[in-house]
Ligand binder design. Structure first.
Ligand code: PHE
Length: 458
């Protein structure tokens, strides 16, 4: 695996990592979590978690991947044979698979919105655009039709599973990645443009205040756990993805710089989304409605588009870009499990892909239906979708990250972190001393405390 580099250039490699990290987590999940967890207080904790915990954990994963040059389980087995540390890798594969299960559903919604934008259905029947917009539930109704029913979202989820199988079997990931390298900057520009629009909406100030002025009394254990989970989700940590990717990094890739770029891009996209969604929420009076977290952007964004000239064009453009972002993330997460099956169980590419993706036909369907017929079915008070998301994101990802920190900080072969962060002594950086301290003490303790505080809270 070590010699087999799939990436044409170093910059392509960093971009592929960014492409995998930036996805629905930033665009869809971040606004929903921010809204559910009190706005600015959540943002603050999220940024703090990204800098204090996210970057060090990412460096630990990069170091592991590049030193072990294998899949998420294999790195542990190669670096510490005959120990049980591979269990951490196995847990990350489980987490990534559970995440893929519900992520596919949201990717499906993106597909529905794209199709409805192209064909105009999304804006069909909308009379008062410009100024007054469609505040009286027009897009809430559309969302209910597209997401909170059984057939449409289910078919879309199946469509996305099929697209994923196609991409993975024909091996066109590289093409998709290249496409995403071109489209990501475009997404960025669109987000900036949308920001300019929403910030000038009447009533935008209130939403901005919600997003930017922290009310410290709102920081509860639940908020801490959600912000921590969101940090790991949006940076693709604890999912085995970054370990798998960094296994292909050449010896001279600067891990510190790479982690900085990935985190910054991820933060930037999330914050831009905040600037788009929250002013729009207050301006269009969507705050009072019982908008379910997961569906927030699918009501708010069409409202924003409806206030622009040629809403279909904006909407189509946006959802194409979001779909590509979601696809690169889906493919990267599926690749973690497929690589494992191919290497370990000696399965062929096609078989491994089918073994990984076909169970989603049932599992993702359950997630999809939890917005329709199964909405009344709950596990620990949550729908199937919310339960899976919460369990994988807020419990499994932090647990895996603690495991990675403890392993790299205390049990990995001596000098691993120093070697990787200095590129085997060729760079005279001392940053590894600080990073090692954070990985040994600060990160695992803080993550554990946040997790425990939430349990005690319950
Ligand atoms: N960081 C990715 C995102 O925000 C996380 C992810 C990757 C999730 C792959 C699912 C699949 O979308």
């Amino acid at each position: 695996m070590a010699e087999k580099t799939n990436f044409s250039s170093k910059i392509g490699l960093v971009m592929a990592t960014v492409g995998s990290a930036v996805g629905l987590g930033n665009v869809w999940r971040f606004p929903a979590e921010t809204q559910a967890n009190g706005g600015a207080a959540f943002l603050l904790v999220y940024v703090a978690c990204t800098v204090l915990l996210g970057i060090p954990v990412m460096l630990a994963e990069f170091s592991l991947g590049r030193a072990g040059r294998s899949d998420a389980v294999g790195v542990f087995q190669r670096l510490s044979p005959r120990t049980a540390w591979w269990g951490v890798g196995a847990l990350s594969i489980l987490a990534s698979y559970l995440i893929l299960t519900f992520y596919m559903v949201v990717a499906g919604w993106t597909l529905v919105y794209l199709i409805q934008s192209v064909d105009g259905g999304l804006f069909d029947g909308l009379q008062t655009i410009h100024g007054t917009a469609a505040a009286d539930g027009f897009f809430r109704q559309k969302m209910a039709d597209y997401i909170c029913t059984d057939t449409t979202p289910l078919l879309a989820t199946y469509g996305m599973i099929a697209i994923n199988i196609g991409v993975l079997v024909w091996g066109v990931q590289k093409g998709i990645e290249r496409l995403s390298n071109v489209l990501m900057p475009v997404l960025f520009v669109i987000l900036l443009a949308l920001c300019c629009v929403t910030l000038t909406l009447p009533g935008a100030g209130e939403g901005l205040e919600f997003f930017l002025r922290p009310d410290f009394s709102k920081i509860t254990p639940g908020v801490l756990v959600s912000a921590l989970g969101q940090t790991f989700f949006s940076l693709s940590l604890g999912m085995g993805i970054l370990i798998t990717y960094s296994a292909y990094y050449p010896a001279d890739t600067k891990l510190g710089k790479t982690s900085g770029i990935v985190s910054l891009m991820s933060l930037l996209v999330a914050v831009l989304m905040g600037f788009i969604i929250f002013p729009a929420v207050t301006s269009f009076g969507l705050a009072d409605h019982e908008l379910r977290g997961a569906t927030l952007i699918f009501v708010t964004l069409p409202e924003v588009f409806a206030n622009l000239p040629a809403p279909c064009v904006w909407s189509t453009l946006f959802f194409v870009l979001l779909l590509v972002a979601a696809l690169t993330s889906c493919v990267s997460i599926a690749e973690v499990t497929i690589a494992f099956m191919q290497d370990r169980l000696r399965m062929g590419r096609v078989k491994a892909t089918l073994v990984v993706l076909l169970p989603l036909v049932v599992l993702s369907a359950l997630c999809s239906l939890s917005f329709g017929s199964l909405s009344g079915f709950t596990i620990f008070g949550r729908t199937i979708f919310d339960f899976l998301d919460n369990f994988a994101t807020n419990i499994l990802l932090p647990l895996v990250s603690i495991g990675v920190c403890v392993y790299v900080g205390w049990f990995a072969p001596a000098g691993l972190l120093r070697d990787e962060l200095t590129n085997y002594g060729s760079r005279r950086s001392r940053s590894h001393v600080l990073v090692k301290w954070v990985i040994r003490f600060l990160a695992p303790l803080m993550i554990a405390m946040i997790l425990l505080s939430n349990f005690i809270d319950i």
